[in-house]
Ligand binder design. Sequence first.
Ligand SMILES: Nc1ncnc2c1ncn2[C@@H]1O[C@H](COP(=O)(O)OP(=O)(O)OP(=O)(O)O)[C@@H](O)[C@H]1O
Length: 266
Amino acid sequence: MKKIEFSNVSLTYDDDGTVYNALNQMNFSVEQGEFVSIIGSSGCGKSSTLSILAGLREPTEGQYLIDGKVSHGTGRNRGVVFQHYSLFPWMRADENIAFGIKQAFPETTDKEAADIAKEYLEKVGLAGFGKKYPYQLSGGMQQRTAIARTLAMQPEILLLDEPFGAIDARNRILLQDLLLEVLGKEKEKKTIVFVTHDVDEAILLSDRILFMDKKRILEEFEVPFSRPRKREEIFQSRDYINLRQSLLSCFFSGIQEKIGGEEVVL
Ligand SMILES: Nc1ncnc2c1ncn2[C@@H]1O[C@H](COP(=O)(O)OP(=O)(O)OP(=O)(O)O)[C@@H](O)[C@H]1O
């Protein structure tokens, strides 16, 4: 069943009278429970796509459907994690999570919200860090907290906009593995749209990868690995090498046109 459907979505930004077309007649869909990554060069419109899906912007033309119904604005069925951790600096980690829970489920008591916050902190490997303020946590720990907050709000759809983009290489690996582990344990399988520049990250995490350029989806690739996944096994397989090569070719295929020359040496 289609959980998300983008139908001829265009988006223009009006920047003080200068109109810029960021998305052009974009079409794609995501199945219920599917993990889809969107990759593409900087400025191709990935974040704009996600902001429409999150309900933070409305398409200028076209529409998007969730569960078969045209959607507008934000909603409890969607949770977003951004690259910058977006925690409230004046709240402790557990309070940040409990606040999210109370926003999503206002009927929850303070005690229930605190218990759920504790449970989710444990899930992301931060048991014992609930009383810390964001400035007392590393970037990776802050992002774990942001992921815990979003998951604790129990969205059906998880939207992640380069969530590990600001994390160092070692912690990035730990967080990718953690995300796979945590998602694998959720009762309901989430539908996920994940924006990244990182080809390896997209292959490791996704069921399908959409390559974006020229303000729309240009190609899509099925990721042929079963779950649970082991990074070492995947990265040594022939399928991985072939898929990686195909994705990199997408990135480089327009490069002559972009830099304006015939003689490109890579
Ligand atoms: N608020 C805005 N006003 C005007 N133009 C914008 C605005 N936000 C984005 N754009 C432009 O729209 C285009 C798409 O931006 P978007 O952030 O969606 O790309 P992206 O693929 O996510 O880029 P990156 O990978 O660098 O984050 C870019 O050319 C950007 O400059």
